[in-house]
Design a protein around this ligand. Structure first.
Ligand code: TRP
Length: 332
């Protein structure tokens, strides 16, 4: 019996290289060894964007197209949309009944989200009941498939801890049934944005998986380099190069990285030339992914079918779990 993995992403639109290198690449490897469920968390998107639903459908398609392009394989993994598996909403009700209010109030990730909402960026939004339920709904996502492992970033650990506490409480109250899911952290180096800060769509410092080659090349030319370097034949300091050399270390092979380092340190390669080459390198690494993405963009009905089929399979598993849950809780 394979262990079960569940992970999701809020459908916020086209994904960037931070998502690819930090999350999706890891999922692609996991699908070889585990029974994997990957979903677009459209209900979770509603917890803060309930008033901006015009783009929700397209954003969901975009996220799934990015996954498929990067190598998430519908033959190996179950790809679905959260709201197409209504069993999750029912499980959410049972879990909500046994979750003390102070467990959700204590959740540091939720506290951070609340803080952002109150600022200008969040347009002074208030905290709704649905947002308070974020960690419980996430527990329902995870427990719906009776998952063992949840690949997430370190910012999500607090949520997974609540999930484990809720699973324990359920098992104590109604009888041993749920596994205690553990977070699965991936140890890859984080890719920074073009300005050296965390890569993010709202910071406008990101490169999208779906960007064109021209856009990518242009964006790379804006990447920060070694700030102390004035002229192109000054000796450079790759380790103080804030972005460009870090990207070389991610996308280049060993030989390329050592050549870039040598030429930079000797003043043989200027930053402009270096970034032009870097853009070409990144474009060549992304070429097969982008080609696949184009295919899905041109065949959206195929993507819809993958979502429909995956959601059907997810529901079958969810119904098995829910039957047990209803029995244990002693529902009618
Ligand atoms: N909260 C996650 C995020 O913002 C998305 C998510 C929702 C999720 N449900 C999940 C992740 C269940 C893993 C498992 O990234």
């Amino acid at each position: 019996m394979k262990q079960v993995i569940v992970s999701g992403m809020r459908p916020t639109g086209k994904l960037h290289l931070g998502h690819y290198l930090g999350v999706i690449k890891n999922w692609v490897e996991l699908q070889e060894k585990y029974e994997c469920y990957f979903f677009a968390a459209d209900w979770h998107a509603l917890t803060t964007k309930y008033d901006k639903t015009d783009e929700l459908r397209q954003n969901t398609l975009d996220v799934v197209m990015d996954w498929l392009a990067c190598g998430i394989d519908p033959e190996k993994s179950v790809i679905y949309v959260q709201s197409l598996v209504p069993e999750i909403a029912e499980l959410n009700i049972y879990l909500g009944m046994i979750t003390p209010q102070n467990w959700v109030e204590r959740d540091p990730t939720l506290k951070d989200m609340a803080k952002i909402l109150k600022t200008k960026e969040g347009q002074g939004q208030q905290i709704n009941y649905g947002l308070m339920g974020y960690p419980v709904l996430m527990s329902a996502d995870i427990m719906m498939m009776n998952s063992d492992l949840v690949p997430v970033g370190s910012d999500q650990i607090a949520h997974i801890e609540i999930t484990r506490d809720i699973a324990r409480r359920f098992n104590n109250l109604y009888g041993e049934f749920f596994h205690e899911a553990k977070p699965l952290l991936n140890n890859c180096a984080l890719i920074c944005g073009l300005d050296g800060n965390k890569m993010g769509k709202s910071f406008k410092n990101d490169i999208k998986i779906s960007d064109t080659e021209e856009d990518t090349a242009k964006k790379i030319m804006t990447a920060i380099t070694d700030r102390s370097r004035m002229k192109k034949d000054d000796p450079g300091h790759p380790d103080e190069c804030e972005v460009a050399f870090k990207y070389w270390e991610i996308f280049g092979n060993e030989e390329e990285i050592s050549t870039v380092r040598y030429e930079c340190e000797k003043g043989l390669r200027g930053c402009v030339q270096c970034k032009r080459q870097l853009g070409e390198k990144i474009n060549s690494v992304l070429a097969p992914i982008r080609e696949k993405r184009k295919y899905y963009e041109q065949n959206p009905q195929e993507v819809e079918e993958i979502i429909r089929d995956g959601s059907f399979r997810a529901r079958q598993k969810a119904q098995e779990v829910l039957t047990q849950v209803r029995k244990l809780v002693k529902m009618y």
